[in-house]
Design a protein around this ligand. Structure first.
Ligand code: ARG
Length: 576
């Protein structure tokens, strides 16, 4: 089976090569849905320019030569030079039947498969896990699932911020409040409050500040008791992150932690290597790299600081060590960093420096998958009424509570109601992040996320449970549908054509690290299915052939939607 747009594009390119010459064979056929037929090709317009001929002429020439007898029953030229294609019902039905028979539902197996390191989530222990980290977690995890489904080897890298001078004051604060109560706070997600209390003391109490600074020295010097206390802070915070990951169905585990401290033993050698290569130089007492092409407002070259004057290492050094490790030791062919837009410059400089160092070569792709800001209604970071950072777990709880209210009147059994609300609330929250282009910011809005219509998690879940409901009602197993598909109605045709795009959507989402491409596809499927469901009776179809065919289309829809939602990490309630 194949995506009709790809079949058309390929045949058009063959026609171009036949009639215009081989050099035209890789032109973009620009296949789009058409208002007059199923699809149209807009290829003639740019080509006409190149050839210096009227576009309608070129369009007619292509239409006359393209071999599509098996696929189309009508091809014509309209407007200034659009080529319109109407597909044969039997061809559409045949492709849908092939997709039905394919266990991979038309999603190809990556060839060649390669190793990708995906850096995502990466909260800072010493600070806070804010809603921005939630977004990198959700979007990154979807891309990980998609890449693995295509057969790529994926290394999840949770670049946890577990190192730095802040730990001096956190450890001292832990000693002040007592281990027991500090641990309680950290593991339940009161990380912000804990951090702020430490910070306040640091700013107002010179004795505490002094103790904190000494503690940093002890930590960096490897003092055993200090390391034990540091480990407590990390472990308790980890416990909180894990609670969130499990609740959200995120695939990250402790095995995926590659925290900043992991790279400590490599930092000195990174500095030495870059210095020996003449790439790192001393500037103002600090060891710096000045990747070419980056200048500040005053025109002066911008540094990445490898080693501060006081000998300390920082975020830049760690990321250089990490990129070297991921390429040289892990042998990754692709690196994707799901990190907030604010850090764009950091990653551009990081990649430039890694290229200078010779680590990042043409064989490796390094991508900063930019994540836009999620803001509150006031377009600022989401805060509570008192101006505090919102605890993530509170946000998740609220999504579930609200979901429960949305579905409250449908279920009397409180256990079942709660189970469904959990899936709907979390699905809505996650889908809210996945349905928009990842680099664009958006305003966080529970009401919009939880709406049962429109491009929302609940709408997709609802369409899926409806497809499943057809089989439940009739006591049939969707896996035992015959797969005989016949097209007799426009809504069947539209649904089948949409479903055929599954493989393309998955591949595109993987190539661009943009799960919203897959989300948009699934929304189209859900919409096409909803129309089909409303106008084409399935169980009460006119005859057996029609009924079998509609059951097969429903079963195929169910499989594509549930597989697709699983690739996005959206949970599916049993019913809704
Ligand atoms: N911990 C960082 C932050 O919260 C994100 C780390 C992203 N990954 C990286 N390799 N720099 O801003």
């Amino acid at each position: 089976m194949a995506d009709p747009r790809e079949v058309l594009a390929q045949r058009v390119r063959m026609a171009l090569a036949d009639t215009l010459g081989a050099e035209y064979a890789d032109a973009d056929a620009v296949i789009r849905p058409s208002a007059f037929a199923d699809y149209q090709a807009n290829v003639a317009l740019p080509l006409a320019k190149r050839l210096g001929r009227p576009p309608r002429d070129v369009a007619t020439q292509i239409a006359d030569h393209v071999h599509l007898d098996d696929v189309c029953d009508k091809i014509d030229v309209s407007g200034p030079g659009f080529i319109n294609f109407s597909l044969r019902d039997e061809w559409v039905a045949g492709q849908a039947a092939d997709q039905f028979a394919d266990p991979r539902l038309g999603v190809p197996e990556a060839d060649p498969a390669h190793k990708t390191v995906v850096d995502y989530s990466s909260p800072n222990v010493a600070k806070e896990m804010h809603v921005g980290h939630l977004r990198t977690t959700i979007v990154g995890d979807a891309v990980v699932r998609i890449l693995e489904h295509l057969g790529h080897a994926v290394v999840r890298a949770n670049h946890l911020g577990d190192w730095g001078t802040q730990f001096g004051m956190l450890i001292e604060h832990l000693l002040d409040v007592g281990e027991e109560s500090a641990r309680q706070q950290l593991s339940t997600g009161e990380i912000n409050a804990f951090y702020q209390a430490a910070r306040a003391k640091f700013d107002s109490d010179p004795g505490f500040a002094e103790r904190s600074r000494n503690r940093v020295v002890a930590l960096q010097g490897g003092d055993e008791e200090t390391l034990r206390l540091w480990q407590l802070v990390i472990d308790d915070s980890k416990q909180y992150y894990n609670t969130i990951y499990r609740r959200l169905g995120v695939t990250l585990t402790d095995a995926d932690l590659a925290p900043e401290s992991f790279y400590n033993p490599m930092l000195a050698s990174v500095c030495d290597e870059l210095r020996a290569a003449g790439i790192a130089v001393i500037s103002d007492g600090a060891l710096c790299v000045f990747p070419p092409g980056f200048t500040g407002r005053d025109g002066a070259p911008l540094p990445m600081i490898l080693r501060k004057r006081d000998g300390g290492y920082g975020y830049d050094t760690t990321d250089l060590a990490a990129i070297r490790y991921r390429i040289s030791d892990l042998k990754a062919a692709r690196l994707i960093y799901f990190v907030a837009a604010e850090q764009s410059l950091h990653f551009q400089m990081l990649f430039a420096a890694a290229r200078q160092a010779g680590w990042l070569t043409g064989e490796v792709s390094a991508e900063h998958a930019v994540i836009g800001l999620v803001s509150g209604a006031d377009r600022k970071r989401i805060r509570t009424r008192t101006g505090d950072q919102v605890k993530l777990i509170t946000l998740i709880d609220e999504a579930v509570e609200r979901a429960e209210r949305v579905i409250a009147d449908r279920y009397d059994d409180p256990g079942l109601r709660h189970e469904i609300a959990e899936a709907v609330g979390i699905g809505a929250l996650k889908y809210g992040d996945l349905s928009v282009a990842r680099d664009s910011g958006y305003v966080f809005d529970f009401d919009r996320m939880l709406a049962l219509t429109g491009n929302t998690g609940p709408y997709l879940q609802y369409a899926t449970t409806r497809a499943r409901g057809i089989f439940r009602k009739a006591g049939l197993d969707p896996d035992k549908a015959t797969g005989d598909i016949h097209i007799t109605h426009d809504a069947e045709r539209a649904l089948a054509l949409t479903l055929l795009g599954f493989g393309t959507a998955v591949c595109q989402a993987a190539d661009t690290a943009e799960p919203h491409v897959l989300a948009a596809f699934l929304f189209d499927v859900a919409s096409a299915f909803t129309t089909f469901y409303e106008v084409c009776p399935v169980l009460k179809a006119a005859g057996d052939t029609e009924r079998e065919s509609r059951l097969a289309l429903s079963a195929l829809t169910l499989r594509v939607l549930s597989t697709g939602l699983d690739l996005l990490g959206i949970p599916l309630p049993e019913r809704m």
